[in-house]
Write a protein of this length. Structure first.
Length: 132
């Protein structure tokens, strides 16, 4: 698995993720919530054999970086862990890192240093705690 880190309006990003973010099946996994991007986003895209197997967009807002609306093909937890391992070091020194995680991924985020700060029906708002 390899990673591409792309700015939110990078043309390469659109080439890689457009077929997925417009897919009914992928949108269904995201509770039919649309994927968003902007100049304030950084996308971490996981590829295997030049095929996208997952992505996590991170929106930088003032002093907070927020993970939201991510995807892992087949809900593969190893892909999700790979992406978290890649992005956490990019943000924790400069930003408070938060995530809006699906409840089904609670354990994965907790195992990777996040704790719950708010609970909703389908999601958990979480925050990364620097490991000491």
């Amino acid at each position: 698995m390899r990673l591409e880190k792309l700015n939110g309006t990078d043309q390469r990003l659109y080439q890689l993720v457009a077929p997925l973010v417009m897919s009914t099946a992928v949108l269904r996994l995201n509770n039919n919530y649309p994927f968003k991007t902007s100049i304030h986003h950084v996308w971490f895209v996981a590829l295997e054999d030049e095929q996208v197997v997952g992505f996590i967009p991170v929106e930088v807002r003032n002093k907070t970086a927020v993970i939201n609306n991510y995807y892992a093909k087949g809900d593969d937890l190893q892909t999700l862990v790979f992406l978290l391992d890649q992005l956490i070091p990019c943000f924790v020194d400069q930003y408070k890192l938060q995530a809006v995680a699906h409840t089904r991924h609670l354990a994965v985020f907790q195992e990777n240093g996040f704790f719950v700060i708010r609970t909703w029906k389908l999601y958990m708002k979480m925050e990364y705690q620097i490991k000491k």
